[in-house]
Ligand binder design. Structure first.
Ligand code: FES
Length: 134
């Protein structure tokens, strides 16, 4: 490839940002932080499941179970679309939900959210699998 040519769209390179270069950072209940690739257009809950992060998401992203409860770091609040009435109604059902609470299935990843920090909440985190017998 000539040095003045741009790399093909499917190859990472300066000035040719691929949406797969986006990142999210997910903090689990134990305090561990997991930075993962993200793709524009996917819902946060889809991204967490694709990366085998332990989100319950019992309704599969339909917005009816409220088991994808996350908190969004305050500095990201202004970049998200506000929750609609249905999401607010579900959040009202979660004890302890506050103004930073959201349903991960209602947030679509965009380039503006690159680096987004979220905390998966206790009520929505799957328990660890049982230890295997020795
Ligand atoms: S996955 Fe059920 S409300 Fe989000």
């Amino acid at each position: 490839m000539h040095p003045t040519q741009s790399p093909p769209r499917d190859q990472p390179g300066p000035g040719n940002r691929d949406t797969a270069d986006l990142r999210i950072s997910v903090r689990l209940v134990d305090g561990s932080s997991h930075e993962r690739e993200a793709i524009s257009g996917l819902h946060l809950v889809e991204l967490m499941r694709a990366h085998t992060l332990p989100v319950k998401a019992e309704c599969g992203g339909a917005g009816v179970c409220a088991t994808c409860h996350v908190r969004i770091a305050p500095r990201w609040q202004g970049r998200l679309n506000p929750p609609d009435d249905d999401e607010l109604a579900k959040l009202d059902e979660i004890p302890g939900a506050d103004e930073f609470s959201r349903l991960a299935c209602q947030i679509v990843m965009t380039e503006a959210l690159d680096g987004l920090e979220i905390e998966l909440q206790h009520d929505s985190q799957l328990p660890p699998p049982p230890a295997e017998a020795a």
